[in-house]
Design a protein. Structure first.
Length: 111
């Protein structure tokens, strides 16, 4: 069976239509601003191709789990954002039929 590959947008948006569009969460302003600032810094780096002309530029910017861009992404994904998600959503993570886990792999798995 041939594997199907998806775009990043297809990965991100998969299953979001299962969420009630009127459901809301409350988040502390400081937490939301931290997420906003992380996305702002990622955008500031990646919007300008001159910032990453060499692979080493991206490696330096991204860092690792302890420092740099990946450190911030890891913190947002595993620590800050999950504490604000509704329990009925987080209970679905890791399940065999997780409605947010696209069964097709992202395009970069082709390599």
């Amino acid at each position: 069976m041939d594997k199907k590959y998806t775009s990043i947008e297809q990965q991100v948006n998969y299953g979001l239509d299962t969420i009630d569009p009127n459901e809301e969460v409350t988040i502390k302003t400081k937490d939301l601003m931290e997420v906003f600032q992380v996305f702002g810094e990622l955008n500031r780096f990646f919007h300008q191709p001159m910032h990453y002309e060499e692979l080493s530029d991206v490696i330096e910017f991204m860092g690792d789990k302890n420092q740099g861009g990946y450190h911030l992404i890891h913190k947002m994904y595993y620590e800050l954002i999950p504490k604000h998600l509704p329990k009925h959503i987080t209970e679905q993570f890791g399940e065999e039929n997780n409605p947010f886990d696209n069964p097709d792999l992202p395009y970069y798995y082709q390599k």
